[in-house]
Design a protein around this ligand. Structure first.
Ligand code: 5GP
Ligand code: ZN
Length: 113
C-alpha cells in the first residue's frame, strides 16, 4: 500500500491520531501551517472531493460530522477555525487521498494565496 494516508489509517506509519470513528480518522498534520492543523480523512481510499465515491459512501455526511466533533473536542468553537480541501494541481493537493484541513489558532487571511 503506497498511499501515506491509507498507511496512517492502517497504523502502518505513526501519526498523532486524535479522532476515529467507523468511517473517518483525524490526525495532526506533520508540517503544520497554523498552531492547530488537523487532517480529517475517510478510511476508504478516495482521491479527492469530486470523486463519485464521496457520494456513494456518504462521506460528506461522515466527514462533516467528524469535523464538528473534532472542533468541539479540541475547543475551537469560540475563536473559530477554517476548513480546506485542496483538489488537484491548482488547488495545491499533494496527497492523493481525500482530506480536509482544520486550521486554527491564529487569524487566517482571506483570500488565501
Ligand atoms: P495537501 O497539500 O494535499 O492539501 O495536504 C497534504 C498534507 O498532508 C500536508 O499538509 C502535509 O504536511 C501532510 N502530510 C504529508 N505526509 C504526511 C504524513 O506522513 N503524516 C502527516 N501527519 N501529515 C502528512
Ligand atoms: Zn489512501
Amino acid at each position: 500500500m503506497s498511499c501515506v494516508f491509507c498507511r496512517i489509517v492502517a497504523r502502518e506509519i505513526p501519526a498523532d491520531i486524535l479522532y476515529e470513528d467507523e468511517f473517518v480518522v483525524g490526525f495532526r498534520d506533520i508540517n503544520p501551517v497554523a498552531p492547530v492543523h488537523i487532517l480529517v480523512v475517510p478510511k476508504a481510499h478516495v482521491s479527492r472531493i469530486d470523486a463519485p465515491e464521496v457520494c456513494d459512501l456518504k462521506l460528506g455526511h461522515h466527514i462533516l460530522c467528524a469535523i464538528g466533533t473534532i472542533a468541539r473536542q479540541e475547543g475551537l468553537q469560540e475563536a473559530g477555525f477554517r476548513i480546506v480541501s485542496n483538489a488537484g494541481r491548482d488547488g495545491g493537493q499533494t496527497v492523493g487521498h481525500l482530506h480536509f484541513h482544520i486550521l486554527a489558532g491564529r487569524r487566517l487571511v482571506w483570500p488565501p494565496g
